[in-house]
Design a protein around this ligand. Structure first.
Ligand code: COA
Length: 181
């Protein structure tokens, strides 16, 4: 795919997981994850507070038409249970880079889901979109996310001091990780 091409939604698979554009039918699970305390704290981009905002989030995530983002629901291949959300966002074709963000349902944390999903989406973005650099940032205190970054091969490039206001309303330092093609 050329760097100028619009994004067409795709379905990716990794292990027992299916990554596909969000669906409105899963909005109850999307809401449950959106109001999870750890998500409220560490995913400030996630603005899901009620059913209407969960539906809106599904619709926005499924619309890849402007080429700036590709959002996936992560579901189990067998049974289809909702396991989380991963998004490639801020897609910058000029500089061949994008950011990745994710959140995983509490029931399936600690089983390698985030690591597998990050691997899978980053690999797709580098190979199929022709990107060269994928950026992953997380609050320094979010050690689980730091492990995900390390395990997915995103090198630590430094610490961004007081870079983002997280769910507690305070500015926190962030780690900047990146994967290069
Ligand atoms: C961070 C998050 C995405 C991790 O998802 P996950 O599917 O559980 O991740 P994985 O299973 O692939 O890996 C988790 C790693 O973090 C480690 N970990 C989990 N909780 C931890 C904690 N409190 N402190 C330190 N490490 C922790 C696990 O042991 C594992 O590392 P290991 O394989 O070396 O043992 C998930 O906890 C989550 O959604 N949290 C809330 C939202 C969030 O933080 N999103 C990311 C914002 S940048």
């Amino acid at each position: 795919m050329s760097l100028e091409a619009p994004l067409r939604p795709v379905v990716l698979t990794v292990g027992d997981l299916l990554l596909r554009p969000p669906r409105v039918e899963e909005s109850a699970a999307v809401l449950e994850l959106g109001i999870d305390p750890d998500v409220r704290m560490w995913n400030p981009r996630c603005q899901i507070t009620d059913e209407a905002s969960a539906i809106k989030d599904c619709l926005a995530g499924a619309d890849w038409s402007d080429g700036s983002q590709a959002t996936f629901s992560i579901v189990h291949k067998h049974g289809g249970r909702y396991a989380g959300n991963i998004a490639l966002h801020g897609i910058d074709r000029e500089n061949a880079q994008a950011k990745v963000g994710y959140r995983i349902a509490r029931w399936t944390r600690g089983q390698g889901v985030a690591t597998a999903a990050v691997h899978c989406v980053a690999d797709w973005a580098l190979r199929e979109l022709g990107l060269n650099r994928i950026v992953l940032t997380h609050g320094v205190e979010n050690t689980a996310s730091c492990r995900v970054a390390q395990k997915a091969g995103f090198g630590l490039e430094g610490t961004l001091r007081m870079a983002k206001r997280f769910g507690d309303g305070r500015l926190h330092d962030e780690h900047l990780h990146a994967l290069i093609a």
